[in-house]
Design a protein around this ligand. Structure first.
Ligand SMILES: C=CC1=C(C)c2cc3[nH]c(cc4nc(cc5[nH]c(cc1n2)c(C)c5CCC(=O)O)C(CCC(=O)O)=C4C)c(C)c3C=C
Ligand SMILES: [Fe+2]
Length: 583
């Protein structure tokens, strides 16, 4: 349990007009899924992202999920008189692989009163036009794609230069750009072939621009005039360009909406980290009120829109009920999920469950499966792989397959080339007789309207004061400012079991009498990496960073001590003092 101090927030009309960084921090605290569970004296104890029902095997399904919904509900009721001023927040951020960062409203809770709140909240807000001094902006974050074949290599360079895509140990970060240059040059020919086969470039910019325009119209129709911006991570229009435009337009309230339904460190996480660094350096942005909708795969509108598309495509098969529904998600390296705690896999599995539940309500009970595509490089990625699964299904005698791209809402190279060409060919070779593919959502009306609702529901929390109505807060989509979102994300990694003892002494006497002795300090750092934070050097007092040298040894010692993911108690070999390293 760690505590952080938060500034006291006093609300006044001028505070509301003039955005204040502290407000933004407070908003995010309320938005990322922190909530008061009990009172310590007159201070609320706020717990981050309580466990919620997810990933129950479908056979266990509904009853257990509903229990967890009631858990949320009961807490909400018990604490509905939350103070407007919070000064100390205790983080108790238990994290497991199947937990996600944010409190969310499982879709099958919509029939509960909490769900009713969600709907009425949206209506309340949208019936009042947003007028006055506020300039509302929505920033859509996306990956970006090369528009011509000449763009392919520099696009790939930008992608591989991102430390959230190729995650090097800190000591080797200086190699990031040379490595990105090398990999991008080596990969460019293969990628160019792919882009050439889909018309010479990625359609992503065109589609995302169209989505932005449709979202603007949908917001306007719901009485919320807003400007909608597109910020791409690896190609034009870059996020930095979008931010410049946001400043020129004098936006005072910004909703950040990644166009990835599920959160991953490598996609939304990377874009948010970039935003965090841009925000930090810019006076205007530091003071601009903002909030983030980190993932939205569980929204009813999105789930229904996906189910509509699947239902429609099933209709194109001769025996729709005999079709295997094949969800294919973009993969990530396994270490992202297993070591870095990326919620991507858990969110993906829950998303598939929710879509299948929606289909079941429509009496569509087809067999289905989920696999991961598009792996790059030599490391292990999330399994099962799409290609292996197709071959296996063919062997098992499956004859009809409907591919559903699930991690992305626009057509792009991985739907148009990888699924439509490569996987289809593989499927036909493997014995599948009829192949179909669900289109990406694009500008589908139900989907855009739901995105607009998500934005509208988030508006009261953009730079708002601490929220007094916890139930209302919980009925919203999960939100948070970039800064706090990431802080919460990181803090969860550091919630560790009790410490165990680790002792090392290390001596090195290289040439020229240079003498380093004593491993001094070891800690379990963010992203699940073991980092050694310094080697004491009696000669000259130099502190060296040595992240990888002891990694394997550390693991094995901690494993022996039955503390495989615990924090460590370090004994200084020079003076026998002990130090608990961790949070
Ligand atoms: C949820 C979506 C995505 C995740 C997760 C993701 C992770 C991820 N991707 C790479 C490497 C590449 N991705 C490439 C293209 C690409 N990736 C996504 C989405 C996700 N990536 C999209 C939508 C696109 C296509 C954009 C377009 O131009 O249409 C590419 C380039 C294409 C190619 O050469 O295959 C690479 C490379 C990694 C390493 C990664 C996780 C660590
Ligand atoms: Fe990718």
């Amino acid at each position: 349990m760690a505590t952080v101090s938060l500034p006291t927030i006093n609300s006044s009309p001028s505070d509301l007009r003039r955005p204040n960084r502290r407000h933004s921090v407070m908003t995010s605290i309320s938005s990322v899924g922190l909530r008061v569970t009990e009172w310590q004296g007159n201070l609320p104890k706020v717990v981050l992202a309580a466990p919620h029902g997810r990933l129950w095997p479908r056979a266990m399904g509904n009853s257990q999920r509903i229990n967890s919904c009631f858990g949320l509900q009961m807490e909400a009721c018990a604490n509905s008189n939350l103070s407007k001023t919070s000064q100390v927040v205790g983080f108790s951020a238990g994290w497991s692989k199947t937990q996600s960062l944010y409190i969310r409203q499982p879709a099958n809770c919509y029939s509960l009163p909490l769900g009713a709140l969600l709907t009425s909240k949206t209506q309340d807000i949208s019936s009042k036009p947003f007028t006055g001094d506020e300039e509302i902006g929505v920033l859509l974050l996306n990956l970006g794609g090369p528009e011509t074949l000449d763009d392919v290599q520099p696009f790939l360079f930008n992608l591989f230069a991102d430390p959230d895509i190729i995650r090097l140990p800190r000591l080797f970060r200086f190699l990031q750009k040379p490595l990105a240059q090398l990999i991008s040059v080596l990969r460019a020919p293969k990628s160019k072939e792919g882009y050439a086969s889909i018309g010479g470039g990625s359609p992503l910019r065109r589609i995302t621009d169209a989505q932005a325009e449709e979202l603007r119209k949908a917001l306007c129709a719901k009485n919320v005039p807003a400007k909608v911006y597109v910020g791409m991570r690896y190609w034009h229009p870059f996020t930095e360009e979008a931010i410049e435009q946001i400043k020129r337009d004098g936006i005072t309230k910004l909703v950040v909406l990644p166009l990835y339904p599920q959160f991953s460190i490598s996609t939304s996480g990377s874009s948010l980290r970039l935003l965090e660094s841009i925000f930090r350096e810019d006076e205007y942005l530091v003071n601009m009120q903002h909030t983030v909708i980190p993932s939205w795969y569980q929204r009813e509108g999105y789930i229904k829109a996906m189910a509509d598309l699947i239902e429609k495509e099933l209709g194109n098969f001769d025996s729709p009920d005999k079709v295997m529904i094949f969800f294919s998600a973009h993969g990530v390296p396994l270490a992202y999920v297993e070591e870095a705690g990326d919620p991507y896999k858990a969110e993906m599995e829950e998303c598939v469950d929710l879509i299948m539940e929606e289909l079941e309500k429509r009496r569509i009970t087809n067999a289905y499966t989920l696999a991961y595509q598009s792996r790059v490089g030599p490391v292990e990625w999330l399994k099962p792989y799409t290609d292996d699964t197709i071959i296996e299904l063919g062997k098992k005698g499956v004859k009809r397959l409907l591919a559903v791209p699930i991690s992305f809402v626009s057509e792009h190279i991985e739907t148009l080339e990888e699924i439509d060409v490569e996987y289809k060919e593989l499927a036909l070779k493997s014995g599948i007789q009829k192949w179909g593919r669900v289109p990406a959502l694009g500008c589908e009306a139900t989907f855009i309207s739901d995105l607009a609702d998500a934005v509208i529901e988030s508006l009261p929390y953009v730079g708002a004061m601490a929220v007094s109505n916890l139930e209302a807060r919980q009925s919203l989509v999960p939100l948070g400012s970039v800064e706090e979102l990431l802080a919460a994300y990181d803090s969860q990694r550091r919630e560790l079991p009790p410490p165990c003892l680790v002792y090392w002494s290390w001596k090195l006497q290289p040439a020229r009498g240079f003498y380093i002795s004593g491993l001094y300090c070891l800690r379990f750092a963010e992203w699940g990496r073991w980092l050694i934070h310094g080697l004491q050097c009696p000669v000259g007092g130099v502190v060296l960073q040595w992240p990888t040298f002891y990694k394997a040894a550390t693991r094995s010692v901690l494993k022996k001590a039955a503390c495989p993911r615990g924090n460590a108690q370090i004994q200084n070999p020079h003076n026998s003092t002990k130090k608990i390293i961790g949070r």
